[in-house]
Design a protein around this ligand. Sequence first.
Ligand code: GAP
Length: 451
Amino acid sequence: MDKIVQLCKTRGFVFSSSEIYGGFAAVYDYGPLGVELANNVKRAWWKTMVQEREDIVGLDSSIFMSPRIWEASGHVGGFSDPLTECKKCHTRSRVDHLLEEIGIMADEKMTEAQINKLLDENAKKIKCPKCGKSDFSPAKSFNLLVKSNLGNFTGDDEDPVYLRGETCQGIYVNFNNVVDSMHVKIPFGIAQIGKAFRNEITARQFIFRTREFEQMEMQYFVHPNDEMRFYNEWKEKRMQFYLDLGINKENLKWHKHENLVFYAKEAYDIEYNFPFGWKELEGVHARGDYDLTQHSIHSGQKLEFMNQETKEKYTPHIVETSAGVARTMLAVLADAYTEEKVGDDIRVVLKLNKDLTPFKIAILPLSKKEELIKPAHDILNLLKSKYNCDFDITQSIGKRYRRQDEIGTPYCVTVDFDTLDDKKVTVRDRDTMKQERVAIDKLEEYFSEKF
Ligand code: GAP
C-alpha cells in the first residue's frame, strides 16, 4: 500500500488536500494523471451503464437539495456510525472498525445498545489504533450527514441544509420528471455520477474512505414481481464490469449482508482484496418500494408507474447498483501494480487496462535537438485528437521508459536520428518491452489496431 501511495504522489495521481497548509483530513486532490484515470473509470462505467443500454438514461442532479429529502430517506434520523473515544489519548474510532480488527462483524443497522454490549463484551481485546490501550468511552451514534449554511442568513444552526450523503436520492426525487420527459417504460434505469459527502469518523486507507467522494449509482425500476430476477441479472453484470476493467478474478468476491434493513430483500457487496484486506467496492441492493414510497409520503406527490396497456398502476421496486470512483481507482491501481526483475534492476509497471491509462502513447524524441523535436511534434499532432499522448523530452530514454511504465502508458514512440532517413519510429510495448520499427505514415493504422 505504501508503494502505491508513494507512486500516486510522485507521479501526479493523488495529492493530500491543502498540503501546503498542513493537509486537511480525509480529503484528497487528483493530480494531472489522477484526473485522467478517474475520468476513464467514469467513462467506462457510463459506457456500460448508459451508452450501451437502451433502457437506462443519465441524470445530473444537484448536490444541494431540500432538507426534507434527507428526512424522508431516513438519513437525518438514522444515517449514523457508532463512535467511541480512547480515554487515554482521546483518539476517536468507529466501534464497528475496532471490532472488525478482532474479527467481529458488527452490522451497520445495530442499535447503540447492541453495539455497546459488543464493545463491553470485548473491552479487553480491543486496542486503540493510536496508543494501544483498551479503555474506551461508551459508543455514541454520530450522524454522517454534512451540514451547510446554504441560504441561511440568520447565523443560527436551525434548519440546516445538507450536502448529499448519496447520489441516488436525486434519482428517486426525479422519477416523475424522467418518466414524463423521456416516456421510459418499466423496466428502466436512471444512472448518475456525482459527488457525495459524509462526515466519516475514521477516514483511513488513503482514498478508500474519504469525506468527499464520487459515486456511480444506477437505480433500476422494475415491476414488484420481477425484482429478484433483475437483481440477480444486475449482480452478474456488475461483477463482469470489474473483470472487464482487467481486475484479477481472484481479487474479487461477493459479501452477503446478513442483517438487512426491514425493506431490503437482499444486499450483496462486491469486495476487492485491497492491500489492507477484503473491503467493499460496490453495493448491489434489492431495495423494494421503500424509496419511492417514502418520497411519495413526505412530498405528497405520487411516484408511481402506469402500464398503458394493462392500466395497472403501481410503485416500482428498485434494484440499486452503487459504486465508488475512488475505490475503483484504488482497486485497478492495486491490481495493476507490478514489480519485475530486469537484469539487476526492479522495473515498476502499472499493467492497467489500456482503456484506463492516463496516457495511451508517449512520444519521446531521443534528443532535445530541434531536428528530432520537430518530427516528434508532427507525430503528436497526428495522434493527439484520437489518443491522450504524453510528450517527454526530460532525462535519458531509459529513465523515460521507466517513468511511462510506472504510469501505465501502453506504448512509447521514440523518434531517433534514423527517423530522419527512414521515416520510421521505434514503438515499445509496456508489457513485453519489445520494440519494433513502424513507418510514420502507418502509425495511425498501427494504433487503431492496437487499441
Ligand atoms: N446508495 C447506496 C449507498 O450509498 P454505500 O454502501 O453507502 O451505499 C456505495 O456506498 C459505494 O460508495 C461504496 O461501495 C463505495 O464504493 C462508495 N463509498 C461510500 N462511502 C465512501 C467513502 N466515505 N469514501 C469513498 N467511497 C465511498
